[in-house]
Design a protein around this ligand. Structure first.
Ligand SMILES: [Zn+2]
Length: 381
C-alpha cells in the first residue's frame, strides 16, 4: 500500500520527538533493574545487556551513582549513554533492529605543577583559596604526618609549596598523583622539606634532602586530617587540645573524625568500656602502647595487626568520662602513662649512602621547581 509522503511525515512526527531520561544506579540496583525501571521491555533490556557485554562492560563494576542517559523515540530506545566516570563511558545505539555498544575513553593529561598555599585559617580553606581541590590538604598532611599535626600546628601565616602530579581532562583538574616535593614553612614547626623517592626495588618513600628519612616510628597526631562537618559550631576543624594529669591528650574533634594508628602494632583492646566508651588500644615496638577513647566507631578487632596510618576508628562522644565530642589519646611506655607530646621518636633508617646519587638525580627537577621563586603577582615588578 502506498502512503502519501505527507502522511508518513505526519505519522512519524510524534515518534521523532526524543524523550530523554537521566538516571543513576541506585544502591543495590543492578544495571538490568535500572534498564527496566527506565521503562524498557524485556527484549530491549536483553539487547542492551548484550551490547554492553560485547563492548567489554564489566557489570560487577557498576556502582551506585553511575549515570545513565536514555534517548527514546516513539517509546523505543535510541541511544543509551552509561557514564562511569569523567573518563569512561559506554554508548549503546540502535542500529536497525539491533543494538550496538561502544566503549569511549577520554584522553587525560598528566602534568607536574607547583602549588602554593597560604594559610589564613585552615589548610583546607587555603587549598580552596588557591583554586585547588581541597583533597590536596589531605594529600599534603600525609607527607608531613610524622612532623606536623595539621589540626594543631598550623598557624595563620604558614606557607606551603608542593611540586605535585596532576591529572586533567579537557583542562579540568581530576585528581592528584604523587607529591614529588613539598615544603612547609610554619611559625610553630619551622621549615620542613620532603621529597618523594622511588627506590630501585620499587619501594616509594619520603626523604629529606640529605637522605634522612621523613618517616618516624610514631605519627605526630592520632587524628588523620580530614574534612569533617560538625553540628557543633560552624568551623570545619574546631580542634584544640590540652595535656592534663588524666593520662592523655584530649583532641576536641567533631564526631566522625578519622582516627589512625600512630605506629605499626597489634590491637590489644577494641570494645566498649564504661568510662572510656568505645576504646581501642594498640601495642607497638619499644614497649609502647596507645589508646584511643570515646570513639563513635571501631573498625578493628583484638589481635589484628595494624600499620601506621591505618584508620582504626572514628572519634566520638561515648562513655561516662566524656563531656563533649573529643578523642582522648593515651600513651604508655613499659606499662606507665607518658605524655605523647613530649616523646622524641626516632626517624626511620636514612637512605643507604650508595643510593644517594640516584636519589639526588631523581629529585633534582622537583628541587629546582621547589626553589624557584613564586610567580610575581600582577602589578609588581
Ligand atoms: Zn581525656
Amino acid at each position: 500500500m502506498l502512503v502519501p509522503l505527507a502522511l508518513v511525515a505526519l505519522l512519524s512526527g510524534a515518534t521523532d520527538t526524543a524523550v530523554i531520561k537521566n538516571r543513576r544506579i541506585e544502591k543495590h540496583q543492578t544495571v538490568a533493574k535500572a534498564l527496566y525501571d527506565a521503562g524498557l521491555d524485556d527484549v530491549t533490556v536483553d539487547a542492551v545487556h548484550g551490547a554492553l557485554k560485547a563492548a567489554e562492560f564489566d557489570f560487577r563494576k557498576a556502582r551506585p551513582g553511575d549515570q545513565l542517559r536514555f534517548v527514546l523515540r516513539g517509546g523505543q530506545l535510541d541511544v543509551l549513554d552509561y557514564r562511569r566516570s569523567l573518563l569512561t563511558e559506554w554508548q549503546v545505539r540502535r542500529d536497525g533492529e539491533k543494538y550496538v555498544g561502544k566503549k569511549r575513553e577520554f584522553e587525560r593529561e598528566q602534568r607536574v605543577e607547583v602549588v602554593e598555599l597560604n594559610v589564613e585559617s585552615s589548610v583546607w580553606d587555603a587549598a580552596i583559596a588557591a583554586g585547588e581541590k581541597p583533597d590536596i590538604a589531605v594529600t599534603l598532611s600525609d607527607v608531613f604526618a610524622w612532623d606536623i599535626d595539621f589540626y594543631r600546628d598550623v598557624q595563620k601565616g604558614d606557607r606551603m609549596r608542593a611540586v605535585i602530579e596532576k591529572t586533567f581532562h579537557k583542562g579540568r583538574l581530576l585528581d592528584y598523583g604523587n607529591v614529588l616535593a613539598a615544603e612547609y614553612v610554619g611559625s610553630s614547626v619551622g621549615t620542613r622539606r620532603s621529597f618523594h623517592y622511588r627506590m630501585p626495588d620499587g619501594t616509594e618513600s619520603y626523604f629529606m634532602q640529605d637522605g634522612s628519612s621523613a618517616r618516624k616510628t610514631f605519627l605526630k597526631s592520632p587524628l588523620k586530617y580530614a574534612h569533617v562537618t560538625s553540628r557543633f559550631g560552624g568551623r570545619h576543624h574546631p580542634i584544640l587540645n590540652y595535656y592534663s594529669n588524666h593520662n592523655g591528650v584530649d583532641y576536641h574533634a567533631p564526631v566522625g573524625t578519622p582516627v589512625w594508628a600512630v605506629a605499626d602494632g597489634t590491637v590489644t583492646r577494641a570494645g566498649y568500656e564504661t568510662g572510656g566508651g568505645n576504646t581501642v588500644c594498640v601495642k607497638h615496638v619499644m614497649s609502647f602502647e596507645t589508646c584511643y577513647l570515646h570513639l563513635s566507631k571501631i573498625s578493628v578487632k583484638v589481635g589484628q595487626k595494624v600499620s601506621q596510618k591505618a584508620v582504626i576508628a572514628e572519634s566520638g562522644n561515648t562513655g561516662k568520662l566524656t563531656t563533649g565530642p573529643h578523642l582522648h589519646f593515651g600513651m604508655k611506655r613499659g606499662g606507665g602513662w607518658v605524655n605523647p607530646l613530649n616523646q622524641n621518636f626516632p626517624r626511620a633508617d636514612p637512605l643507604p649512602k650508595a643510593l644517594l646519587p640516584d636519589f639526588q638525580a631523581q629529585i633534582a627537577d622537583a628541587l629546582t621547581k621547589l626553589d624557584a621563586s613564586p610567580v610575581a603577582a600582577f602589578g609588581t615588578k
